[in-house]
Design a protein around this ligand. Structure first.
Ligand SMILES: [Zn+2]
Length: 385
């Protein structure tokens, strides 16, 4: 019996996350923690034998190559570089990556495996490994001109927000790459939910949060006003709006009256709302319950705040909603219609927001049911936490 119970616990997705590879020098607040953990859990990267990840250390050409070879599951192969003998710890990966055309080495036939790799070289090997292709024409970084040897690769990475450069808006192509920078490049390459700017806004499971914003000019296609009980004119994207109609109809059948309170909001509307709150409460406190422009799910057209007619209008968007018959019903049935309660109780450190029993987010039925069954957040479902 103990074994069975233990097995169940160990297999829960939350526990998988909890069992994350932990590095002694990596705190949860580190800017690259999620990306490093993501790659370590998938056995793509590893730290040092002493338990450190090696934050701040430059990643060597051999290390970068071996991580890529692992991720791509390349078959080990003997290297032909003049300075990599078969006894080198990464010899098989270096040979395999050369066979695959990912690395090329120097004109003199050497590879210099134990030298640090430059940022433009990382861009080039990622581009070769994952064959990026973009239509980004205007140079994105003023220190990477058209005559730069890795121009196309760096442009491709920039187009996908795999790199956004340094705060000075430069790419610093000739600088050595730290182990955490490499990890972030690779994690964003493998899972677009890590990019700081949303690149897939039309996907039903698009992730928008405090670390990942929508472009200011993004307006969803197919906005419609669902035919449900509401006071104003609230909009959602077609698929989400139709699902909301089904959800409301099912609640009505069970004798309950839901209200649609707030749906799609443009970037500009969100900017006005956030600014109002920020003036009232200060920026930091305001950001606990209100999103900065670009970081609001309401801009996706997939979110609707709902409430109960049992509450007074001042309480519509309060945790009181969870106590009403309508709030309980939503908790039990939302996922059947493809919705999740996006900011659940107890997950504030993952979502970045306090508990909002009223904020429904459409993700489609399959994702919603999986997220609901495992008491997950969208972040965990997408592997970014
Ligand atoms: Zn909301």
């Amino acid at each position: 019996m103990i074994c069975a119970a233990f097995g169940m616990i160990a297999l829960g997705p939350d526990n998988l996350t909890e069992a994350a590879t932990e590095f002694t020098d990596l705190s949860e607040s580190h800017w690259a923690e999620d990306e490093i953990t993501y790659l370590a859990e998938r056995n793509v990267i590893e730290g040092y034998p002493n338990g450190d990840f090696g934050l701040g250390d430059h990643i060597t050409r051999a290390e970068a190559t071996s991580f890529l070879a692992r991720e791509l599951e390349l078959t080990s192969s003997p290297p032909t570089f003049t300075d990599v003998d078969s006894g080198h710890w990464a010899a098989g990966s270096i040979g395999a990556a050369a066979d695959a055309g990912i690395i090329t080495g120097y004109p003199d036939g050497s590879f210099q495996p134990d030298e640090p790799i430059e940022r433009d070289e990382v861009a080039a090997i990622l581009d070769r490994a994952y064959t990026f292709d973009s239509a980004l024409d205007a140079p994105r970084f003023s220190d990477v001109g058209r005559d730069a040897w890795a121009f196309d690769s760096i442009q491709d990475l920039a187009a996908r927000y795999i790199t956004v450069g340094y705060p000075d808006r430069l790419f610093h192509p000739d600088e050595f790459t730290t182990r955490e920078e490499f990890s972030v490049f690779l994690a964003r390459t493998l899972n677009e939910s890590f990019t700081p700017v949303v690149t897939n806004p039309e996907e039903l499971t698009v992730l928008v949060n405090k670390e990942r914003s929508l472009p200011a000019d993004y307006v969803p296609a197919n906005l419609m006003t669902p035919e449900v009980y509401m006071f104003g004119t609230e909009k959602m994207k077609q698929a989400a709006g139709t699902a909301l109609e089904d959800l409301f109809a099912a609640a009505t059948q069970d004798g309950l009256q839901l209200i649609a309170v707030s749906g799609y909001r443009s970037y500009d509307e969100q900017e006005r709302i956030f600014q109002n709150y920020a003036e009232q409460y200060g920026i930091e406190q305001a950001n606990q319950f209100s999103a900065r422009p670009g970081e609001s799910e309401h801009q996706t057209g997939l979110a609707m705040d709902v409430s109960s007619s049992a509450l007074s209008s001042g309480e519509y968007l309060s945790t009181e909603f969870a106590q009403t018959a309508e709030g309980q019903w939503v908790q039990a049935h939302a996922s059947d219609y493809g919705f999740i309660i996006r900011y659940p109780e107890g997950k504030e450190s993952i979502t970045g927001y306090q508990y909002e029993p009223w904020h429904l987010r459409y993700v489609g039925q399959e994702a919603a049911q999986s997220i609901n069954q495992h008491s997950m957040t969208l972040e965990t479902y997408l592997g970014t936490e």
